[in-house]
Ligand binder design. Sequence first.
Ligand code: SUG
Length: 447
Amino acid sequence: MKTIEANFDGLVGPTHNYAGLAQGNVASKKNAEVPSNPRAAVLQGLAKAKALADLGLAQGLLPPHERPHIPSLKRLGFDGRDAEVLSKAQRDAPHLLAAAASASSMWTANAATVSPSADTRDGKLHFTPANLAINLHRAIEPETTARALRTIFADERRFVHHAPLTSTPALGDEGAANHTRLCSDYGAQGLELFVYGAAGDTEPKPQKFPARQSRAASEAVARLHALDPAYVHFAAQAPSAIDAGVFHNDVIAVGNREVLLFHQRAFIDSAAITKWARSKLSDFCAVEVLESEVSMEDAVGSYLFNSQLVWLPRADGLRSGQVLICSQECRDNPRVWQAILRIIGDPENPIEDVRVFDLQQSMRNGGGPACLRLRVVMNEAERAATNPKIWLDDALHSRLSTWASKHYRDHLIARDLADPHLLDESRHALDELTQILGLGSLYEFQR
Ligand code: SUG
């Protein structure tokens, strides 16, 4: 049975804005209060997803969440009709309103950790929604994410949905952004690399920013997914990387199939990772980029390592050819671009080509190409059991472009978040999206 890697990109929601909410995220802090363009944001994301579909890859979508999230504001004591809830929150606690209005669910690399059926003891595909415990605006995502995943991957004979881990920083879990699967073939037993930032008192800690992923959470997910311990490795992020703005490991490393592309300063012990991977995967290929070639600052500024690596089957069927899907910011930085050209020109690794995308709206909040997608390695039966309406093709792309142009604003600032019309517009957009993507009664306002 043929097994593929599908990408599920997060559709950017109608309230996409820059509120400076994200701890340890340099771009989010830098662009706080810059006006945003939600319509451009959703169209940029769709253009990237469409280009991958056009390359012949399986490309799905995950829906945005309802924002501003009135139930979260009500839980915090803002009462009355929706318009009153919004105006009271803006008057008394604008930071809480901003948190309840963030479109951060677009970064689906943080939606969940996913283990394909080839890796799990019960032969099923496992999902654990991330609790995103460190940041308030993200900690309100898991409930809806869990519902969305259950709706889209509904077949209980094939898919296992775990509850998000208890929401406490000691079990902070940010999902697939800190998890990489390596394999020689998607359908074969894979290696699962879990990367964490915090591990109790025994290991060095970042000084400036919090570590978002805890080792205890990564271990719990590996247990829940019934992975074979021989094929699992837990690796610590370098605390200095976190302090330089690497709030998720996918800001400084990316892997696909037999390739792991990473920065010299990404991990405390990269040699241990490569030794483990080599011992399990005969064709494992480590592509390390040295600080002297691309500095940590350039890596964080360009999001080079937040590129996607996608695998295109080649006619000769012998060796994989991979393509780097990078942001325009990589093209704009001459040192980073040189490094990319060197990597794709090097016959020692399977990365052969590069495609550049304008994702500026997402990038300004610290979300590059890889942040915008959740990978699900699936066999044909699992693919057939997935909600068929979420696969992106020309028709869906065109329908969603029209939908976005109809419902989304092209300018949004903090003051607008309390505008009851924005809430109405968002609900109308999501109502229509529910029909387009076949989402059942995903949203609370529909119940
Ligand atoms: O959690 N930014 C997100 C970006 C997530 C990127 N994801 C991955 N690396 N996989 C975050 O830091 C900014 C929201 C704001 O400030 O308005 C934000 O949440």
